[in-house]
Design a protein around this ligand. Structure first.
Ligand code: ZN
Length: 237
């Protein structure tokens, strides 16, 4: 059975485990490696690689721990910061066991940040997008779309009018409104799962976000919270 398990998602820590039948891929190094090993039941024989989007500590903070067990791949900026991290060139295909990973650059303030197109025979095509103001690409045939919905403009404006000090954290992140347009641009008849990533603690509303995605995109979305496992098997649909 194939699935995407969320170890953690949000500005505190990010970690995801992508499991095909005989291949596993770890995405992000923002949770202590022990938590990830626990989710793998301490069997790492099928882990093909760890891929990390960018240098911020909620995504890369525990890279050194992961390097004890795995090969870690990330953008050039992270490779320059941590000895032994292998740099990924955007627009290049990488084979990790049964996975083919194609990184594409996304805008995230001053940080170099990658999104990933992930192809696997058991899963089809998945696209992983986080910490991105936008996703300016058209990718065809997506079966699974995992995309940031950090904050809502509506909630942000309301909070501002109520005198809240808006944390700078949501800057350089994807709004729900942008997320809607990205999903509508990328959705296709093959789309099977949508998971919303990295919701802001103060400027989001999980149930409201899911409803808005359903109303405006016509697709059911899950929200990534610790322990969520989304089924990805092709023949289940
Ligand atoms: Zn970031």
């Amino acid at each position: 059975m194939s699935n995407l398990t969320t170890l953690s998602s949000g500005s505190q820590a990010n970690g995801y485990l992508l499991q095909a039948v005989k291949d596993q891929l770890i995405i992000e190094c923002g949770v202590p490696v022990k938590e990830c090993l626990g989710a793998l039941f301490y069997d790492i024989t099928n882990v093909r690689a760890v891929i990390c989007t960018h240098k911020h500590s909620d995504h890369a903070g525990y890279i050194k721990q992961y390097q004890t067990y795995f090969d870690v791949y990330s953008c050039q900026e992270v490779a320059d910061k941590y000895d032994g991290v292998k740099p990924l060139k955007p627009m290049t295909k990488y084979k990790f066991g049964g996975f083919t990973v194609t990184p594409l650059k996304v805008p995230h303030g001053d940080a170099e940040c990658l999104s990933f197109i992930i192809d696997h025979a058991d899963i089809g095509r998945a696209v992983f997008i986080t910490d991105a103001e936008d996703y300016p690409y058209s990718v065809k045939g997506i079966n699974h779309l995992w995309v940031e919905a950090n904050y809502s403009d509506d909630i942000r404006i309301e909070a501002m009018l109520n005198g809240a000090e808006l944390r700078a954290q949501s800057q350089n992140h994807m709004s729900l409104e942008r997320c809607v347009s990205v999903i509508n641009r990328l959705k296709s008849p093959e789309l099977q799962s949508v998971v919303l990533l990295h919701l802001s603690q103060g400027l989001s509303d999980a149930e409201g976000f899911k409803k808005r995605i359903f109303d405006e995109c016509g697709v059911h979305a899950d929200v990534a919270v610790k322990g969520l496992a989304v089924d990805l098997d092709k023949d289940e649909f």
